[in-house]
Design a protein around this ligand. Structure first.
Ligand code: ASP
Length: 499
């Protein structure tokens, strides 16, 4: 069904072509003309055809001897009307014509360009060729247009064999003087010549008289022999909740629980904070543990409203409730990338794996990964030592551990007069080679326990020493003067993303 959104491909032969680029036209300002042809000076614009647009760049590609394939949406759109069906159609078209071209250029409106570049990055598995998305702030037919520059630069990058540029094996957004990773961008200006920014990842390249690409920042090429595969499904039945002062718990309940949805994004304050009133947290807990209506527990992704920085739940009491309720961290993802990732993860991963899939890097959309380890303590244990073990998984090494936080909630010492005892928390690691290491995390005098019933400890140094994939980590609670009990123990391990 998606393929039919496009007209058939037209190829314009170029003699002695050194590269072949497929130009995919979806609409946007770059190809717009006055909506009312009887009123050519009207600023009210609507998309025109690809042929109309190409009139303003005669011989595009010829100078660099790049042969162009032309593929246009049957109905080009203002990008505010772009839908996930368009994304699936673009990904399917790239897969279909993959072997015939060195790279792809997508012409697109700027309003939702960052959503499209994010979505395509997830949909295209094992992408080994450039997919360069661009557009313009002024229509290409206008004298002061930025469209010619943007289009020509995009064609040069996609047609890299023709001009000795490196292959960019990923979805990028190229605009004015910069090339950005597609799932790191956000639109920051409605009128500037540079309407995009990539706040948490540096530009992949600069466009001046020369195009300079930073190869060390690019995604790696897929393994030899692998060809692109486009995913065919996105689940869009999700809610986006924008926390704001004055919001009521009932509003949150309507969004998360009184709706048949499959997932949600919480756009939170700062480093992942939300109103911590019990009524709010109750709604979040119901959603993550039981799910709305008859649906399974709801995957909820916490994404910061700040353009720059990252979510770090647990840093403030105002995010601890979200952490304990099992909300996934959006880390430093843009909202655009987080939404596309949620749409993509839902149909692709089983219910039990979605949270981990959301917190792991999939396409270079985040700077680090969160391994969110929940230790299952034996609830019946009354002995002096209670422990729980978890075998670490993932793909990180000693250098890879960035930060680690151990969180215990509801700590209590039973038996003896409270003032007499001591609560001791330690971490033990059993390596794959059989070696063990043990470190004391904290020791708390019993009289201090009621005050600090929950503890949140930075265990980074310790985790750097012992945490590796395959290592069995054990949390041990030892009560001196009575059995030490605890409601929940979790370890948040932040690791580097492996390129
Ligand atoms: N409304 C236009 C669009 O997104 C804006 C643009 O292209 O810059 O299609």
């Amino acid at each position: 069904m998606t393929a039919s959104l496009f007209e058939p491909l037209i190829v314009e032969p170029v003699e002695g072509a050194r590269a072949r680029v497929c130009l995919i036209y979806t609409g946007g300002t770059i190809g717009m003309v006055p909506a009312n042809p009887d009123n050519p000076s009207s600023p009210n614009l609507a998309p025109a055809s690809l042929q109309e647009l190409l009139r303003y760049v005669p011989g595009l590609g010829e100078q660099e001897r790049i042969e162009l394939g032309l593929l246009s949406l049957r109905e080009p759109v203002d990008s505010s009307s772009i839908s996930p069906a368009h994304w699936l159609a673009m990904a399917a078209a790239i897969e279909e014509h993959y072997d015939d071209f060195d790279g792809f250029v997508i012409l697109h409106g700027t309003d939702t360009m960052a959503f499209t570049t994010s979505a395509l990055s997830f949909l295209l598995n094992d992408l080994g060729k450039p997919v360069v998305v661009t557009g313009s702030q002024l229509p290409i037919r206008e004298l002061r247009t930025d469209g010619i520059h943007n289009l020509a630069a995009a064609v040069s990058i996609a047609g890299y064999p023709a001009n000795d540029l490196p292959c960019v094996p990923e979805v990028v957004l190229c605009f004015m003087n910069k090339v950005f990773r597609g799932n790191r961008v956000t639109k920051v200006s409605s009128a500037s010549w540079q309407p995009f920014d990539s706040p948490n990842y540096p530009p992949l390249g600069r466009i001046g008289a020369q195009i300079r690409l930073r190869e060390e920042l690019l995604r790696p090429l897929p393994e030899a022999g692998r060809r692109v595969r486009a995913d065919r499904e996105l689940a869009t039945n999700v809610r986006v909740v924008f926390f704001h002062p004055g919001m009521s718990p009932d509003e949150l309940r309507d969004e998360l629980l009184n709706a048949e949805i499959e997932g949600a994004i919480l756009l939170s304050y700062g480093s992942g904070n939300g109103p911590d009133a019990a009524a709010f947290m109750q709604v979040v807990r119901e959603a993550t543990m039981e799910g709305p209506g008859d649906s399974p527990p709801l995957p909820i992704l916490n994404v910061t409203q700040c353009p720059e920085g990252r979510v770090e739940m647990g840093l403030y009491a105002a995010s601890a409730g979200l952490l304990e309720a099992g909300v996934a961290s959006g880390l430093d993802m843009t909202f655009e990338a987080a939404l596309a990732k949620l749409y993509w993860v839902l149909p692709r991963f089983p219910v039990g794996e979605r949270r981990a899939a959301l917190q792991r890097d999939q396409r270079g959309e985040q700077n680090e990964e969160l391994h969110d380890i929940r230790f299952a303590l034996d609830p019946g244990s009354t002995g002096p030592i209670t422990s729980a073990e978890h075998v670490l998984e993932g793909n990180f090494g000693r250098q890879g551990v960035r930060r680690a936080y151990l969180r215990l909630s509801g700590l209590a010492l039973a038996g003896e007069p409270a003032s007499a005892g001591v609560a001791r928390v330690s971490l033990r690691a059993r390596g794959t080679d059989g070696g063990t290491a043990e470190r004391l995390v904290t020791e708390i005098a019993a009289q201090d326990l009621p005050r600090c019933g929950s503890i949140y400890e930075d265990v980074t140094a310790l985790a750097r020493d012992v945490a590796r994939p395959g290592v069995a980590l054990q949390v041990q609670l030892q009560g001196e003067g009575g059995a030490l009990s605890c409601d929940a123990v979790s370890l948040a391990l932040y690791t580097d993303v492996r390129r």
